[in-house]
Design a protein around this ligand. Structure first.
Ligand code: DGY
Length: 324
């Protein structure tokens, strides 16, 4: 530690409860609210840091660690996904990396299911119609959507959020199939009545494909033109994990050409940009990365990150470490 009071750098705004925790043990550097620091500026303020609290928008790599210097002990990512962090590069320097699993499971599954309802029941389209003051009248064929009861949800990645999505689908009378790197434990399969399928079979049979796998080199563009063509023309795709899991240009083409029926997207390949081909389509429901965006969840995420910092600075094991 540099001196007696640790220096803790926070890269983006975090809730006050988490700042208060960090202030119990260190001198906390906070950014201006709502301002993303360019990497060069962030690297400047990192100098001499013992700990850093970051969000998914910051690239945390060797240059980040070197900018902080040899005193950096922990980087707490306020997100469950950690594709923004080069974990091996930090591990090589003896820096602990933590994330925030568990606390955002329900919030993210809620958004995934909300996007699914929005696109299948054409809620966004209906609202746009009303707001554009277009004349309309009720009739039995007006703005018909697709029901979910009796349909099959295909979960890609049956981790905590995938399971929470599956539970919501069950409550809506859907059956559940899933795919992933490995089979879920038997009790998890039993409680969700979930059947494991290889990915190609899942794509061919599911009425809804919902993505819950992390972004890795293996999952980048997992859903590409070929995967989209393997889905039913009546099927919907939901993505609340990371944008690059989907080839967004291929998705825009598939939605335009009717290869699949629709999509609900909370994340984008080149965030914050959205592929222009998606913006004009009615068969896609869009949200600006709101998966964990509730007051309760963001507070829980940031305080978990702060507790991880406190633990490491006290020489104790972190609560939720990411290992290389
Ligand atoms: C995460 O935690 O990875 C989400 O994408 C941000 O809430």
């Amino acid at each position: 530690m540099t001196g007696t009071t640790p220096r803790i750098v926070v890269s983006r705004w975090i809730p006050d409860d988490a700042v208060a925790l960090l202030r119990e043990v260190g001198e906390v550097w906070l950014p201006e609210p709502d301002r993303a620091l360019p990497a060069a500026e962030l690297h400047e303020v990192l100098a001499g840091a013992d700990a850093a609290v970051v969000t998914l928008s910051e690239r945390v790599d060797a240059a980040f660690a070197d900018a902080a210097g040899p005193g950096l002990k922990v980087v707490a990512n306020v997100a469950v996904g950690h594709d923004n962090v080069d974990v091996p590069a930090l591990a090589e320097r003896g820096i602990t990396v933590t994330n925030t699993p568990g606390v955002l499971t329900d919030a993210t599954a809620d958004i995934a299911f909300g996007l699914l309802l929005s696109v299948t029941r054409r809620l966004g389209e209906g609202e746009r119609l009303l707001r554009s003051r277009t004349p309309w009248s009720f009739h039995l064929g007006f703005m018909l959507g697709s029901g979910l009861q009796g349909k099959t949800l295909g979960v890609v990645g049956l981790g905590q959020i995938g399971r929470a999505m599956a539970a919501r689908a069950q409550a809506f009378g859907m059956s559940v199939v899933y795919t992933g790197r490995r089979r879920a434990p038997a009790d998890v399969e039993a409680s969700l009545d979930a059947t494991y399928l290889p990915q190609d079979e899942l794509l061919a049979t599911a009425d809804v494909v919902s993505l819950h796998c992390p972004l890795t080199t293996e999952t980048r563009h997992l859903i590409d033109a070929e995967a989209l063509a393997a889905m039913k023309p009546t099927a919907f795709l939901v993505n609340t994990t990371r944008g690059p899991v989907v080839d967004e240009a291929a998705l825009a083409a598939a939605l335009r050409e009717g290869t699949i029926a629709g999509a609900g997207l909370d994340v984008f390949e080149h965030e914050p940009d959205v592929h222009p081909g998606l913006l004009d389509l009615d068969n896609v429901a869009l949200a600006p990365h709101l998966g964990s965006a509730t007051v309760e969840t963001r507070t829980a995420m940031a305080t978990l990150a702060a507790r991880n910092v406190l633990a490491v600075l006290a020489g104790e094991p972190p609560l939720t470490e990411v290992t290389p």
